[in-house]
Design a protein around this ligand. Sequence first.
Ligand code: ADP
Length: 261
Amino acid sequence: LEEQLRQSQKMESVGRLAGGVAHDFNNMLGVIIGSAELCRHQLPEESPVHKYLEHILKAAQRSSEITRQLLAFSRKEIVSPKPVNLNSQIIDSEKMLCRLIGEDIRLTFRPATPIWTVLIDPSQVDQILMNLSANSRDAMPDGGILNIETANVRLDADYCRHHSGCTPGDYVKLTVSDTGVGMDRETREHIFEPFFTTKGLGMGTGLGLATVYGIVTQNDGQISVYSEPGHGTVFTIYFPRLRGAEADEEDACAAIPSTGS
Ligand code: ADP
């Protein structure tokens, strides 16, 4: 518990510090990206300058991703949880995720149908998907497969005995796995700590998984990782099932088979 408290205090002070800088920084990056794109459009196709503009754009986009992460981390965001069908939420984000991971990585999605409803702020689901996918992308520089899966599961007392903060019951399981470089034990033990990163200077903030961890615990969920060097990585997240009138409505919708067109 003491460790948790220290972690949340660290997260808060960093948040305040970073938030102020990140906002202005992101605006300026917007100017750099916008101007570089304008240049690119106005240059003749065969110009040798294209290559340099690509470098500028890539670096600026990467920086923008990092500042966005800092901003998301620092903002005391007002969350508005609502009944969510995780499958629909994932499908809605698919385009964005594909753009994030690039063309060398194939995104596959195996949904559970029908799927139980969960109570969460939809933008938090996006944040989880974005952070996990960005890490998978970085772990697969030569391409690979990013697989997202959902399932309805029951966690029993036996499972919860070994996982702190776990209450037995029905959960929706979200699995995000990749065929990337994987992690050794030393890395695995620190990944959820703010600022822990193995990526080089300017490449990572070490805030991605700390953010994911924060969101999951805020929603009474569970998160675990399975990873071995050279054998890829599997992140498993459990969200408590939402029951009651609101959930039933959603569940019914999810269960209706689409009539196709
Ligand atoms: P960052 O991406 O900025 O480094 P994160 O908190 O998202 O911060 O990740 C922390 C570290 O966890 C990464 O630097 C990396 O070493 C490791 N990691 C996270 N996801 C993966 C993955 N899918 N495959 C391999 N290593 C990973």
